[in-house]
Design a protein around this ligand. Structure first.
Ligand code: IPM
Ligand code: MG
Length: 357
């Protein structure tokens, strides 16, 4: 029995995770031997309004007894974003040392990329984002508020251990993919300490992975390569902030922010990993019932893969691809008119074989 902690959170997070759970329940029924037990957590902005915190202090400890975490998003317009982010998502990622953030990017069948003359096979990328330190270390401070010399400092922290473990993880992913090409993205011309260390460690580790081809890009140039030469890219590793920015671009190039999934992984499996769509709360459309649930389905695929349930993962991914290639029931951001509920029903029908055309 898999025990899944479900944290829908805020905004459209609740809409797409509810949909994902329904779809997973249908999958669990249709695949042999996939018993799943869902445990709902009401953490997030509503919890904050009642208790003054996004999740209880002992919450991270509680999550350790689960096999996996299925997360929606954190944030509402009336609470500053850094409070909702640090109080929930980052608290879990750091607390469970989920240091590897994996972001697959593919142009799914039937989906239209904003890039011209592009085929499905031209975008098949795997982004690996450092997820525990770097620009998101949380170290820094603020002083002299209210004076003209108001001062603020965010420290970007890179440790040899932190850089080495994410790069090794990226080399392993690159090795497992047919093209075996790993691109290191930095800004080591301007950030002359930490990012230079990233380059040095990369050169060192690459000696252990002689079967993996490598190259290096500065982050600004990488944006151009993604737009002008997407075919040339395979696996990419970058710091927390750089990869955050690049993967928004990647999601849009592959059709929409609404599709993109992610896994916050503890590759050593000391603790559960956490899976979520990357789009966030989407204040502009929340509560309207039109959110794109594909990112949450694809995140569920990653969760099943992480649990070793490869057949179930494949079945869910095929259902997503059937949904997108049929083009009949697509959400608004993909040019369709279907609501989240309608798409949920179509997915359940596909999975349970009611829609076998
Ligand atoms: C992401 C998101 C988050 C991040 C936001 C919601 C804080 O943009 O998962 O990419 O920056 O990590
Ligand atoms: Mg982001």
């Amino acid at each position: 029995m898999y025990k899944i902690a479900v944290i829908p959170g805020d905004g459209i997070g609740t809409e797409v995770i509810d949909s994902g759970v329904e779809v997973l329940k249908a999958l669990s029924k249709s695949v042999q031997n996939l018993p799943i037990e869902f445990h709902q957590f009401d953490w997030g902005a509503e919890y904050f309004k009642k208790h003054g915190v996004m999740m209880p202090d002992e919450g991270v400890e509680e999550l350790k007894s689960f096999n996996s975490i299925y997360f929606g998003s954190a944030g509402v317009p009336e609470i500053p974003d850094h409070i909702t982010l640090w109080g929930l998502r980052l608290k879990i990622c750091q607390g469970l040392d989920q240091y590897a953030n994996l972001r697959p990017v593919r142009l799914l069948p039937g989906i239209i990329s904003p890039l011209k003359n592009i085929e499905e096979k031209d975008i098949d990328w795997s982004f690996i984002r450092e997820n525990s330190e770097g620009e998101y270390s949380g170290i820094g401070g603020r002083s002299h508020r209210g004076y003209s010399h108001d001062t603020a400092m965010d420290v970007t922290l890179f440790t040899k251990q932190g850089v080495e473990r994410i790069q090794r993880f990226a080399f392993e992913i690159a090795r497992s993919r047919p093209r075996k090409l790993l691109t290191l993205v930095t800004k080591s011309n301007a950030q002359r300490h930490g990012m230079v260390m990233w380059d040095e460690i990369f050169d060192e580790i690459s000696q252990d992975y002689r079967d993996v081809n490598t190259d290096k890009m500065l982050v600004d140039a990488m944006t151009t390569r993604m737009v002008l030469d997407p075919k040339s890219i395979d696996t990419v590793v970058a710091s927390n902030l750089h990869a955050d920015i690049l993967t928004d671009l990647a999601a849009s190039l592959s059709g929409s922010m609404g599709i993109a999934p992610t896994g916050n992984l503890d590759p050593e499996k000391r603790h559960p990993s956490m899976f979520e769509p990357i789009h966030g709360s989407a204040f502009d459309i929340m509560g309207k019932g039109i959110a794109n649930p594909i990112g949450s389905y694809w995140s569920a695929v990653m969760m099943l893969e992480n649990l070793g349930e490869l057949k179930a993962a494949q079945k869910l991914m095929s259902a997503i691809e059937k949904l997108t290639s049929d083009k009949k029931y697509l959400p608004k951001d993909l040019g369709g008119k279907s609501t989240t509920k309608q798409i949920t029903k179509v997915m359940i029908d596909i999975i349970s074989g009611k829609n076998s055309k």
